[in-house]
Ligand binder design. Structure first.
Ligand SMILES: [Zn+2]
Ligand SMILES: [Zn+2]
Length: 260
C-alpha cells in the first residue's frame, strides 16, 4: 500500500532527534534576549519567560486591546471605526515584545515562530473554551506581496499560522488570500491614509473560504486597517465570519514604530 506520509511523520522519534540535533548545531535563540536559550531545548529562557507582558484585565470587546478606562466597552479606535472583522484577540502588549517582533520580521529569526505560535495557540484554545471565539475552520495569515516575500524569504505571519495549525488541528490556508499590490510602509500614516493605502491590496483566489469561519493571523495589530482590508476580501469571497488573532497589540494611543 502506498503511503503519503513523509519519513518524519512516520517516525516521530526521528523527527524529535533531528530537531535536537539541529538545536545542537545551531543553538536556538531566545525571542526575548536573543541569546542561545537556557536551558538547552527550551523555546525561551527560564529567566526571560515573564518579561513579555500579556494582555489581560479590561479589554476592548472588538479588537481586544487593553483599555485604560475599564468602564468603557470599546477602545477609542473601535468606538469610532466600523471594523469589517467581527472581533479579535492578541497575546502580548506590543511594547514588551517590540524588539522580538522586529528580529522575527526583519532579521531572519524564524525560530521564534515556535514560541510565539505556541503562545497564540494556547490563547486561542482559552478563547474557544470561554466562548469568545467560535472554532474557526481556517487560519489565514496576512500575506506579503510576492516581491516582499522574495526579499524577506518568508512570511512571518505564515510561519505563525502553520505552527498554530500543528498544535490546534485547525488547517492553515496560505494560498487563497493574496496581496496583489505592494503597499507603502505605513509607519507615518494616519488612519485614513492607511485605509486608502490598502484599498484593493488583497484578493482571494478560488473558493476555499466560501461559507468558512476564518481566523486571520498576523504579528501586530495597530489600527486594524490591514485586518479590515483582508476581512473585506474574505467576505467578498463568501467567508461566513472573519475574526483575527495577533501576537502583539498596542495599548490605547500607542503606535508601533514600524509597520508591515
Ligand atoms: Zn532569554
Ligand atoms: Zn478596540
Amino acid at each position: 500500500m502506498k503511503s503519503d506520509l513523509s519519513f518524519a511523520e512516520k517516525y516521530p522519534a526521528c523527527r524529535k532527534a533531528a530537531g535536537l540535533l539541529t538545536d545542537l548545531l545551531f543553538p536556538r535563540r531566545c525571542p526575548v534576549c536573543d541569546r542561545p536559550v537556557q536551558p538547552f531545548g527550551a523555546l525561551i529562557c527560564g529567566s526571560c519567560r515573564d518579561r513579555p507582558v500579556r494582555i489581560g484585565g479590561a479589554t476592548c470587546r472588538r479588537c481586544g486591546k487593553m483599555l485604560q478606562d475599564a468602564r468603557t466597552e470599546y477602545c477609542r479606535d473601535c468606538a469610532s471605526i466600523p471594523h469589517r472583522y467581527r472581533k479579535g484577540a492578541a497575546v502580548f502588549a506590543y511594547r514588551s515584545v517590540s524588539g522580538a517582533v522586529y528580529r522575527f520580521k526583519y532579521e531572519g529569526r524564524r525560530e521564534y515562530a515556535d514560541y510565539f505560535a505556541g503562545e497564540m495557540a494556547d490563547l486561542l484554545k482559552e478563547k474557544l473554551r470561554s466562548g469568545y471565539f467560535e472554532r474557526p475552520d481556517l487560519l489565514i495569515p496576512v500575506p506579503l506581496s510576492k516581491e516582499r516575500l522574495r526579499r524577506r524569504g518568508y512570511n512571518q505571519s505564515g510561519l505563525l499560522a502553520e505552527c498554530m495549525a500543528k498544535s490546534t488541528g485547525i488547517a492553515a490556508e496560505t494560498a487563497s488570500l493574496c496581496r496583489i499590490r505592494n503597499t507603502k510602509p505605513m509607519k507615518e500614516m494616519d488612519l485614513s491614509d492607511r485605509r486608502s493605502n490598502l484599498n484593493g491590496a488583497f484578493h482571494v483566489y478560488g473558493n476555499a473560504v466560501k461559507c468558512k469561519k476564518i481566523l486571520i493571523i498576523d504579528d501586530i495589530y495597530t489600527t486594524g486597517a490591514t485586518i479590515d482590508a483582508c476581512a473585506e476580501a474574505l467576505y467578498g469571497a463568501g467567508a461566513s465570519s472573519v475574526c483575527f488573532m495577533t501576537l502583539a497589540i498596542g495599548v490605547q494611543a500607542e503606535r508601533p514604530e514600524y509597520a508591515q
